[in-house]
Design a protein around this ligand. Structure first.
Ligand code: ADP
Length: 434
């Protein structure tokens, strides 16, 4: 037994999953932006600190440039007490002295750079970043001899530091943010499950109430309509008592009440298919159903001058409710006949495709425009209201067909072209795959 309540629960369940997925996507995007912000901020402030340190180091070495220019590396050998040594070891920094042409004079530290500092337009600071070493170069100027003379360039001092520490810290941060993000998303997911459940509950409840109302209203309307119908039938059974002027009006009442009966029955059927369980399911031969229906519709097709053809070669069975499947095919076939003009052709074919039974109902009728295709399964939707009303029908036929297909775990799809024709395809899982 397939419960339609179950089907609607499944619909709401899929809605809930979709909501949860959107919720998670939004949260993941927010967390991603947040993580990128934290990472950017961290890296920026780390660079600022590093530049500050390098600048201080380079500036601290400024006075020594004059000595080094005279004595070269010997000077550095001599001044062992210089406190930079600790720095060099601890922070993997280095210092290099250059003359005003950019020729290296001396260097100290663990980090070595092959390149020359940028000469010429060097002003107060110049930082260049390679993948592993960050440098900060300052230009050293001599004190002006007097107020009018320009200070002359003495040389450059370049402080460098290995970026390994930063890279390690960055890697750690990426890991931390990544893991933190995953854990946070996990919590968001758990919270989201609860939130979406809360959000769906009232929608589901009002949906069920609406279904119940439709079922109750249709049920209640049945008796008064039946009473009208019976009364009119009784009056019409005594034509001698009817005033000739009233005969037409009575015929109109009879036709309207017949249409109302059909409408109410359809509504009731839809409401019930939605709210209760399907009756007993059995093995149903689609060949038999289609064969019987075709025989039944043959006179109608002949009367309309339509060529009704069938290709029901293989024997195909599904597991389901025979009466409902009969109704499904009847709706599709009646539509095909109704919307195909005289001289047209309606073809029914039945085949197996993998695990599915596939029924195609193809007509050479008026067709459906692409923008209307998604609407045709909606309740009470009809392409041309004025025309359709004249031809009868309630606008519920395809909604019913689609509800029955869904209940049988199947699906109806349509391809159509205005003026060329339509093809309604029904796919139902084969009996043993149900
Ligand atoms: P009804 O046939 O009672 O109007 P249906 O739900 O069966 O209601 O169909 C809805 C609408 O879809 C129809 O009014 C018609 O405009 C369009 N339609 C359905 N079947 C066909 C078809 N075979 N060819 C063209 N239009 C169709």
């Amino acid at each position: 037994m397939i419960g339609s309540k179950k089907i609607h629960q499944a619909n709401f369940q899929s809605l809930r999953w979709r909501l949860l997925l959107s919720y998670l996507t939004v949260m993941a995007a927010i967390l991603g932006v947040f993580a990128a912000g934290v990472y950017g901020f961290f890296t920026r402030s780390y660079y600022q600190q590093m530049d500050e340190k390098l600048r201080t180091l380079a500036q601290a070495a400024t006075p020594s440039l004059a000595e080094i220019k005279q004595e070269g590396n010997d000077y550095l050998e001599r001044v062992d007490e210089v406190p930079w040594r600790d720095l060099f070891n601890r922070d993997r920094q280095s210092l290099e002295w250059f003359n005003s042409e950019g020729t290296p004079l001396a260097s100290r530290g663990q980090v070595s750079l092959d390149s020359q500092p940028k000469t010429g337009a060097l002003t107060e600071r110049d930082t260049a970043q390679t993948s592993l070493i960050r440098t900060y170069t300052i230009s050293v100027f001599s004190d002006p001899q007097n107020d009018s003379s320009q200070p002359s360039l003495e040389g450059f001092i370049r402080a460098s530091q290995s970026m390994e520490a930063l890279q390690a810290a960055q890697n750690q941060l990426i890991w931390g943010l990544g893991m933190g993000g995953i854990v946070a998303l996990g919590f968001v997911g758990i919270g989201g499950l609860w939130l979406t459940k809360l959000a769906i509950q009232p929608v589901e409840k009002s949906y069920q109430q609406l279904k119940q109302f439709t079922a109750d209203a249709s049920h209640e309307l049945r008796s008064p309509i039946a009473a009208i119908k019976t009364s009119v039938d009784v009056i019409r059974s005594h034509p001698e008592r009817i005033h000739p002027k009233d005969a037409k009006k009575l015929a109109a009442i009879a036709s309207a009440s017949a249409q109302m009966t059909e409408l109410v029955e359809d509504l009731l059927f839809l409401a019930r298919t939605d709210a209760t369980t399907v009756r007993e399911q059995t093995t149903v031969s689609l060949n038999e159903i289609l064969h019987d229906l075709l025989q039944w519709l043959e006179p109608l097709a002949t009367a309309k001058g339509i060529n009704l053809q069938a290709d029901l070669g293989l024997s195909v069975s599904v597991f389901g409710d025979a009466a409902q499947l009969n109704r499904l095919f009847a709706n599709l076939l009646e539509n095909a006949l109704q919307y195909t003009p005289q001289g047209g052709k309606v073809t029914v074919s039945l085949a197996k495709q993998n695990r599915f039974a596939v029924v195609n109902i193809k007509d050479t009728g008026i067709g459906i425009s692409p923008e209307q295709l998604p609407l045709i399964f909606d309740r009470f939707w009809r392409a041309d209201k004025a025309r359709s009303r004249r031809e009868g029908g309630t606008g519920l036929g395809l909604a019913i067909a689609s509800a029955i297909a869904t209940q049988h775990k199947g699906k109806i799809t349509v391809t159509s072209q205005i003026g060329v024709g339509s093809c309604f395809q029904l796919r139902l899982p084969l009996e043993r795959f149900n």
